[in-house]
Ligand binder design. Structure first.
Ligand code: PGA
Length: 263
């Protein structure tokens, strides 16, 4: 679609794994692995999403060693400050040079009851603080059988983009719930079908230029062996990787997907 080039983004969602000491060792190892492989850092953007307690440490390391990784958080509060025990403000994340924040991951929707309204409020909170929201959408198997492959993701994204200005920088991640952590991966064609529908939603909600420039990631059991097939699809601009982002060699191989034939 269009003439705008969208820089691929490979994002590692660590979920509740790796403490801050393990995070340091991991980021160093990933960096060295990519360096040893003479990976061209300009070709793909790499982002890591550690737990909150690791962010300061990872930020310091990335900064000191000039490691070309973007930094993300896994959630953000709808509120900016005040009596909200346990919440983390986007303002605090911004102070730590956090670039991205995952919003509406299916695990938060499922285990923390996050509704489309909460997700939309978090998107607004991220944008207020200059953080790029990585808006996650995706259907369960039952929903896919009931209403088809695109309906749930389309509705979730429409709700999340409510009130977002047309020049906002956002990333969208299509993560079919049935493919997360299950090893049951969507086919590239299935991913493409939903990602194309999501691009239409972005164009309708934020305008054609946003539709063309906004990156849409696929997530759900991404591995080094299947990443290239997703990246060949015209509306897939990257991946949100869970389990495989915790293994430095495997994650490095995913980042280096362009070395695989035909991409
Ligand atoms: P997975 O997780 O790669 O382990 O399936 C993806 C995600 O939940 O972001």
């Amino acid at each position: 679609m269009g003439s705008v080039t969208r820089k691929p983004l490979i994002a590692g969602n660590w979920k509740m794994n790796l403490d801050h000491l393990q995070a340091v060792a991991f980021v160093q190892k990933l960096h060295w692995t990519l360096k040893d492989a003479a990976h061209e850092t300009d070709s793909v953007e790499v982002a890591v999403f550690p737990p909150f307690t690791d962010i300061r440490t990872v930020q310091t390391l990335i900064d000191a060693d000039k490691i070309p990784f973007a930094l993300g958080a896994q959630d953000v509060s709808t509120k900016d400050s005040g009596a909200y025990t346990g919440e983390v403000s986007g303002a605090f994340l911004k102070k730590l040079d956090v670039d991205y924040v995952i919003i509406g991951h299916s695990e938060r929707r499922e285990y923390h009851g996050e509704t489309d309204e909460v997700v939309a409020a978090k998107v607004q909170a991220a944008l207020r603080h200059g953080l790029v929201p990585v808006v996650c959408v995706g259907e369960t198997l039952e929903q896919r059988e009931e209403s088809g492959p695109t309906a749930v993701s389309v509705a979730q994204l429409r709700a999340a983009l409510e009130g977002v200005p047309s020049d906002a920088d956002v990333v969208v991640a299509y993560e079919p719930v049935w493919a997360i952590g299950t090893g049951q991966v969507a086919s590239p064609e299935q991913a493409q079908e939903v990602c194309a529908a999501l691009r239409t939603v972005i164009s309708e909600s934020l305008g054609d230029s946003a539709g063309e420039r906004t990156r849409i990631l696929y997530g759900g059991s991404v591995k080094s062996g299947n990443i290239a097939s997703f990246m060949r699809e015209p509306d897939v601009d990257g991946a949100l990787v869970g389990g495989a982002s915790l293994l430095a060699d495997e994650f490095a191989a995913i980042i280096r997907y362009q070395k695989h034939v035909g991409v």
